[in-house]
Write a protein that binds this ligand. Structure first.
Ligand code: G3I
Length: 466
């Protein structure tokens, strides 16, 4: 076993037994002075992880700082998937994955790798292969990734979402249809041989409670475990407000009883938007419940939250009308759920959340402040990119703003939203559209965005408050 793996402190085990026997959460009885998630999680000997976007990690200083200070484990939200790493046969792109692993190493964070074999985000060239060629491609893909990151990635989701939502039946993916169910064992055998020290996980969603789907995962995990090919089960935990399964703790425990680790791998809790203050409090309670379950189980290796800010989440795109599922709001403010997770990890979550209470209306500020602004490159797909523009009211409230900047190398704006934009050569001027004019003193607003052409850039922006 290599050294970067986090081990629970013995004291944490003792505390767990004591509190479990009393039926009391770790949080309330043993709150420490830790005021960051990372500090509390380190003390408890547990991973608190975050799914990261490689572009934001490289281009947005606020994002980077929070990832470094609040989390002790990273997962690539997309950068280690097949379409990102091997878009065509034997043509590799590790730029995003390397950036994330380098960052983790620089900041003494563990890495949970996601994912070798999945039916989604796998390029067409793989799906079109004959059985023998597909098996060879899968083995080569696993070997290449596992070897590249050996000793730097602590654990891997070897297969992802292999069970369907149909009463626990196996998923009819192209993998299964071409190779039969044996592809799962082959994937684990390959990963085990490639990096014997990495922990190997099977990962899926809607298996948090005791149900037909988790029963199927149990059977698969049992079979792999009898061959010493698996170390853990990842429970994605894409949950809906108020719906933490009542059987979650017992369900995780039965996998632990097999001799396996468990891990909450992709936690988010979605709310019908706009969310009100009561719903944000309910969300905090739900987060506290899930994290407490993991904190109280000695073989739960950690909890990874699936994205940093609400604005980063995949949820609204896939479940229209739902969103706000994460710990930080669009402006990097801490939500009530943040404090709840801090408490569940044993830290001090008594500080007021920094997010604005959506249930109260604040009077329009008087416009007397200075402002600063930065372009946050949130996505770059090669032929174009998306920038979000964050504006901060530095000295007093801002009641209207105008931004100017100069593109460094021929970029231009293809389309934009929530600002009035004019361009002249490489010079850009952008101003508010009324409803986003007011920024309270000290607050940062994710004010507007655009799609850019050319290579992504974040030039210095001059902000003038009206
Ligand atoms: O990179 C492409 C780019 O080439 C393209 O031009 C651009 C146009 O929209 O999209 C870019 O790809 C997007 C990709 O994220 C990277 O940003 C895809 O459209 C988008 O669908 C993709 O979404 C990801 C999704 O997995 C794909 O299935 C989400 O960010 C990611 O959060 C989500 O994560 C999954 C886990 O891996 C497995 N469990 C469920 C979870 C949520 O769906």
């Amino acid at each position: 076993m290599h050294t970067r793996k986090r081990r629970r402190a013995l004291i944490a085990g003792v505390v767990t037994v004591a509190t479990a026997a009393l039926g009391i959460g770790l949080s309330t009885q043993f709150a420490s002075a830790q005021t960051t998630l990372r500090g509390a999680a380190d003390e408890a000997g547990i991973d608190i992880g975050i799914a990261v976007d490689a572009n934001q990690l490289q281009n947005n200083a606020t994002y980077r700082n929070l990832v470094a200070t609040e989390f002790n484990s990273l997962t690539a939200e997309n950068a280690m998937k097949w379409d990102a790493t091997e878009p065509s046969d034997n043509s590799w792109n590790f730029s995003g994955a390397d950036a994330i692993v380098d960052f983790a190493e620089d900041n003494d964070q563990t890495v949970h790798g996601h994912t070798f074999v999945w039916h989604s985000q796998t390029p067409q060239w793989v799906q079109n292969l004959s059985a023998s060629a597909m098996q060879a491609a899968m083995v080569d893909h696993i070997n290449t990734l596992a070897n590249r990151y050996e000793g730097r990635v602590d654990s891997w989701d070897v297969v992802n979402e292999v069970v369907s939502d149909n009463n626990g039946a196996m998923r009819d993916s192209f993998w299964r249809n071409t190779l039969g169910d044996g592809y799962i064992t082959t994937a684990f055998q390959t990963a085990r041989a490639a990096d014997p020290n990495a922990d190997l996980y099977i990962n899926d969603y809607s298996i948090e409670g005791d149900n037909a789907k988790s029963d199927r995962i149990y059977t698969i995990a049992q079979g792999l475990n009898s061959q010493n090919l698996i170390d853990g089960v990842g429970f994605q935990s894409h949950l809906i407000l108020g719906q933490v399964p009542s059987t979650m703790e017992a369900n995780l425990q039965r996998f632990i009883d097999l001799g396996l680790k468990v891990r909450i791998t992709e936690l988010d809790i979605r709310i019908q938007t706009p969310a009100d203050a009561n719903e944000l409090q309910q969300q905090a309670n739900d987060y506290e419940r899930v994290v407490s379950i993991c904190a109280e189980l000695a073989d739960c290796s950690g909890v990874t939250v699936w994205g940093l800010r609400d604005a980063d989440s995949w949820v609204p795109g896939v479940f229209p009308g739902y969103g706000a599922p994460l710990l930080f709001d669009d402006n990097f403010g801490k939500k009530p759920a943040y404090n709840a997770v801090l408490e569940a990890l044993g830290g001090d979550g008594s500080e007021e959340p920094t997010t604005t209470d959506p249930g109260t209306t604040t009077p329009p500020p008087t416009g007397d402040g200075d402002c600063t602004a930065e372009i946050d490159v949130v996505n770059d797909w090669g032929s174009g990119w998306q920038g979000n523009v964050l504006i901060t009211a530095d000295n007093g409230a801002v009641n209207g703003w105008t931004l100017t900047w100069t593109w460094p190398s021929g970029q231009s704006i293809t389309s934009s939203w929530n600002a009035t934009v004019t361009s002249s050569g490489s010079s850009v001027t952008a101003s508010d559209v009324g409803w986003n004019a007011n920024i309270a003193a000290g607050q940062t607003m994710n004010a507007w965005g655009f799609v850019g052409s050319g290579s992504s850039a974040a030039p210095q922006v001059t902000c003038t408050a009206d």
